[in-house]
Design a protein around this ligand. Structure first.
Ligand code: SF4
Length: 378
């Protein structure tokens, strides 16, 4: 089976106020150490994996902000992956970028190196909201980044958006949606803001300097996104994701179908040979292990069939199409109703899931409360 490769670049220009991901403020010294370690990790896996495990159907360079690395380094990473792995025909190669960290030249060079999809962290179309989030870019820079990406030859763009930002109104959100659609990206992701513990935004909310949106407003925003984007020709194919009909994210589809992937870089997670494992999260721990010639894995979890079935169900339910019941049977040799009969009956009675055309899926009532549904299978 082919696999998906994720490369984590743990640097950002500045920390956003709501973010608790593993990422460091960019410095040349730290980036050089990271770069040398990553090439070493690629080399170790190149020697350890079988040819089938080195056949890549997608590559995702994410972060952090990968594009705060110098473009020469990013190109070297892509070239190293090309030399050490086998890219299957049509391999989707995504690079995450923040407007404000790319220009036409850097995007052109990345396109020439083999990247064929850019995922832009747009978030909102109002500078005051971007500022409240602590983002480094402005709406003008979003427009520049999109036109630079198109001029550089990218025909596959994703834009990430956030709703539920403190102070964001329904009108702001509708303006963001229409602004984004006017740029014709092939893919749009919409996420509700999560207030993460220990972040400056959480502290500001606790001090009552910021006020979160009400649950009603958040629900309105989510449903407005579904209505607006589907009316503009985007297919709502996953809880938070919309795409032109042939532009679903191949990389993320692999996660939702619970297929194998390899993650490289500090804090990256992998699911390979039925085992889940995670790398050292700190740069020092990650680089230290690699400098001793060791894999930088900090934690391993043997997957039992029970866990694999549960993951296959709650990940698959994220897809609007749902879980292919025949594929579930082929994978596990058991019917889903025989494993989760009680849970499915309860959820059906509550109107949160349904079985249709050979798929078990969320209903429109189940979509906004998907996390409650998933809990039944964990
Ligand atoms: S750019 Fe992304 S990873 Fe970096 S601090 Fe902001 S939200 Fe976090």
């Amino acid at each position: 089976m082919d696999i998906r490769l994720y490369i984590h670049v743990p640097f950002c220009v500045k920390k956003c106020r709501y973010c608790n991901f593993t990422s460091y403020i960019y410095s040349e010294t730290a980036a050089n150490a990271y770069f040398d370690s990553l090439l070493q990790e690629i080399k170790l896996y190149s020697a350890a994996l079988s040819p089938r495990e080195k056949s890549l159907s997608s590559i995702f360079i994410g972060g952090g902000t990968p594009t705060c690395l110098p473009v020469q380094k990013l190109k070297a990473i892509i070239n190293n992956v090309r030399e050490s792995f086998h890219w299957l025909p049509g391999c989707e190669v995504t690079i995450e970028a923040n407007p404000g960290t790319v220009d036409r030249q850097s995007l052109f060079e990345l396109r020439q190196a083999g990247a064929n999809r850019v995922s832009l962290g747009v978030q909102a179309f109002q500078d005051c909201l971007l500022d409240r989030l602590g983002r480094i870019h402005t709406t003008a820079e979003t427009l520049e980044a999109v036109s630079a990406a198109r001029e550089a030859g990218f025909e596959n763009l994703n834009m990430d958006l956030i709703f539920g930002i403190p102070g964001q109104t329904g009108e702001d959100w509708l303006e963001t949606l229409s602004g984004v659609v006017s740029l014709s990206p092939e893919h749009i992701s919409v996420y509700g803001l999560q207030l993460e513990e220990g972040t400056p935004m959480e502290r500001a909310v606790a001090r009552r300097e910021l006020q979160l949106c009400s649950e009603e407003l958040e629900l309105f925003m989510y449903q407005a996104a579904i209505r607006y984007l589907t009316s503009r020709g985007y297919v709502h194919y996953e809880i938070s994701n919309f795409a032109r009909p042939d532009r679903k994210s191949a990389h993320n589809l692999g996660y939702w179908l619970n297929q194998p992937y390899l993650g490289l870089g500090p804090g990256a997670h992998s699911y390979l040979r039925g085992e889940r494992f995670a790398n050292e999260t700190t740069l020092v721990g990650y680089a230290g292990r690699l400098s001793r010639g060791e894999m930088p894995v900090a934690a391993r979890e043997d997957g039992s069939v029970t866990v694999e079935m549960s993951e296959t169900v709650f990940l698959g339910l994220r897809l609007l199409k749902g879980i292919d019941l025949a594929a579930f049977y082929r994978r596990f040799g058991r019917r889903i109703e025989d494993v989760y009969g009680k849970e499915i009956v309860l959820l059906k009675e509550a109107g949160l899931v349904e079985v249709a055309g050979g798929y078990l899926r969320l209903t429109s009532k189940g979509l906004p409360v998907a996390n409650v549904v998933f809990m039944e299978f964990i």
